[in-house]
Write a protein of this length. Structure first.
Length: 328
């Protein structure tokens, strides 16, 4: 291992800048991971814009990236259950580099059958969507509506709901051409919200009752529309706000339907809280990945040197699934 590595740095302009930096040394509880692939998230663009600043950032100039897969190259003091050479995927700031440091509690082990590009496309989505299901009180046999399901997160939400025993999964899109992708990952019904009334379509599909649980990745006014698509006493969990953070809701709908409404994000989670979320994946989700019952949908793979093109592709909002960088 050399003392320097290539890394994509943010904070120096509107795009990432490739630089040579020192290889970090793992501290107590940390792993040094040789990154083989790293996935883009919408938060990466927000950091470039300066509208999102995770607490792990200590300066304006930062190593970009949040999601990766690779091999453990070194282990810090106090680490148990992970050894040098193991294949892992994980969540950490600084993923867009040849090597990065990860809290050993924030990784999941990668089966040999999984390609690096697929492994890198999983950890953020698995942690986010499984945690949203847990917070929403999901139980076997319930029905689930995934709003914004053609995002990389939404595609995993559909699969997780089915694997964990949902009786019916309804998924939304704004493009009829993407319906086939949603059905291929397990959606029982696809609603095109650009052409259909969400509440009417869902109530028709659920014999007038509405779904037990909504996972909303869109926000904006569509968030308010989910109220009438949810059964009396049901739950709405807002996961993402791709259409904006503001919505005008009808409080009568909220009250009369006795809905429970939750919001979730990882931007304010403590390391201990994130560790609990990752640990919760081990009993059911990690085996489902190993068995191929949950799989990432990768839209496009870019070389590390083509990171700007990858970011531009994400900005275009044309991707169906994850955008991944491969590292040499």
């Amino acid at each position: 291992m050399t003392n320097t590595m290539r890394a994509l740095l943010g904070g120096a302009g509107p795009d990432w800048e490739m630089r040579d930096v020192e290889v970090p040394t793992p501290g107590s509880g940390q792993l040094l991971v040789r990154v083989r692939a790293a996935a883009l998230n919408r938060a990466d663009l927000y950091m470039l814009q300066g509208t999102y600043n995770p607490r792990a950032r200590t300066s304006d100039l930062f190593t970009a990236g949040l999601e990766l897969a690779g091999e453990v190259a070194a282990v810090g003091d106090g680490v148990s259950g992970v050894t040098v050479g193991e294949r892992v995927s994980g969540v950490t700031l600084g993923a867009f580099a040849s090597y990065t440091l990860v809290d050993h509690r924030h990784v999941i082990k990668v089966p040999e059958s999984l390609e690096w590009t697929d492994a890198a496309a999983l950890p953020v989505g698995l942690a986010t969507e499984h945690d949203a299901l847990v917070q929403g009180g999901f139980t076997f046999g319930q029905s689930v509506l995934v709003v914004g399901a053609t995002s990389s997160m939404g595609l995993l939400a559909v699969q997780l709901a089915k694997v964990l025993g949902a009786s019916q999964v309804i998924a939304t899109t704004t493009s009829d051409s993407k319906a086939g992708t949603l059905k291929s990952v397990g959606a029982d019904l696809v609603v095109d919200t650009s052409a259909e009334n969400l509440a009417e379509a869902v109530r028709t599909a659920t014999s007038g009752a509405g779904v037990d649980l909504v996972l909303d990745h869109v926000g904006g006014q569509l968030f308010a529309d989910t109220f009438l698509a949810t059964r009396i006493g049901g739950t709405v969990v807002n996961v993402g706000r791709l259409a904006g953070a503001e919505s005008t809701v009808d409080l009568d709908q909220l009250a009369f339907r006795r809905l429970r409404v939750l919001g979730t994000t990882f931007g304010v989670r403590t390391p201990d809280e994130l560790a609990d979320v990752c640990a919760a994946l081990v009993p059911d989700v990690v085996p489902a990945v190993a068995e191929g019952r949950v799989r990432p949908v990768v839209d496009r793979v870019f070389a590390f040197d083509d990171a700007k093109a990858a970011a531009d592709h994400m900005r275009s909002n044309q991707a169906v699934g994850k955008i991944v960088l491969t590292l040499p």
